[in-house]
Design a protein around this ligand. Sequence first.
Ligand code: KG4
Ligand code: ZN
Length: 347
Amino acid sequence: SDAPLILGIESSCDETGVGIVRGTELLANTVSTSMEQHVRFGGVIPEIASRAHLEAMVPTLQRALDTAGVGLDDVDGLAVTSGPGLSGALMVGVAAAKALAVATGKPLYAVNHLVAHVGVGVLDGGELPDRLGALLVSGGHTEILKIDSLTEDVELLGATIDDAAGEAYDKVARLLGLGYPGGPVIDRLAKEGDGKAIRFPRGLSLPKFVGTAEAPGKHRYDFSFSGLKTAVARFVEQYQAKGLEVPVADVAASFQEAVVDVITKKAVMACTEHGMENLLLGGGVAANSRLRQLLQARCDSAGIALRIPKPSLCTDNGAMIAALAAQVVAAGVAPSGLGFATDPGQP
Ligand code: KG4
Ligand code: ZN
C-alpha cells in the first residue's frame, strides 16, 4: 500500500517497544522488557524501569528497523507514548522520539497509551467499527472506554479507584507464594480449583455505587480491587492461624471469579447502556482464559461483537503506538511538534 510508514515508541511501564506499521499492516513489533529486574520486588520499580529503557531503546529500535527491512530514511512519521504511565519511563521514550525527530526531520506524533491499546485493533482484524467500547485490563490499568472516534472522541466511562486488575493478580499471587507476575500462574492454578468455593467481594458492586441506568451511581463503571486483595489475605491468615493448609487452587479460582465477574458485568453493562455493539478487550490480562470465556459468553448474550487482538498486541508494545498514529495521520491531524511534555496522569 502507499500509506505512510510509521514508527512508534512505547516506554510507559516496563516494556521498551518499537513498532513499525504501514496503514493496517504490521511490519515490526520489537519488545524488550525489564520484568526480570522487578521480580524480587513483586512489582515494577519506576527507577529501574527508566534505566532499563535507556539501555534497551537503541538496540530495540535497531532490531525493529532490521525486522521491517527499512531504514530511518524510509520512515514517514514518528510516534511516541506521552502518557499515561510512569513519569521517568515516559521521559526516556519521549526524549528518544524527539531526538529521532530532530535528527531525521520527520513529523512526530504524541499519543495516548490507553487509546493506543484500542487503535492496535486494526492490526488484527482490520478497520475498527466507528462506535466501539473498550475494556483495558493490565498491571497498570483497568478502564472502560467509549470510543466514537479514535482521533477525536474518546470518553473514559470508568476506571479502577485503587489497584489495577493485573496488580491484584500480582499481589494475590505474592501472598499465596506463587511468584511474579501472578496472572499467568493464577490463571493456570484456578483451573484446578472451584471458583465458587469462597465468595470474595465484588468491588463497587453494591447498589449505592452502581445505581440504575436512569440514575447511575457515582461508581457505576468503576472498579476496586484492594478490598478483594485484603479479603484474600484475611482468608489465608485465618487458615494459617489454625494451622490448616490453605486451599490454594480454590482461593486462586475464587479470587479470579470475583475479578472476572465484576469486570465483564460492568463492561457489558456499559456497552448496552451506551449503544455500543462492539467491544475490544486489551491489556496484558486479556490473556486470561477465564476472562476471555466469561466475557465472550456475556457479550454473546447481550448481542455484542467481541474483538480480542492477539496477545503480542494486547501487552504493551510499540506497534500499538504506531498503529494509532497511522490513524491520526490518516485523519489529517497536525503533528505534535517538539514542545510537548510527558503527561503521566493523562486519562
Ligand atoms: O499489559 P501488560 O504486559 O503490562 C502492563 O501492566 O501494562 O500486563 C501485565 C499484567 C501483569 O499484572 C500480569 O500478572 C497480567 O498482566 N497477566 C495476567 C495474565 N497474563 C498476564 N493476568 C491474568 N491472567 C493471565 N493469564
Ligand atoms: Zn498498557
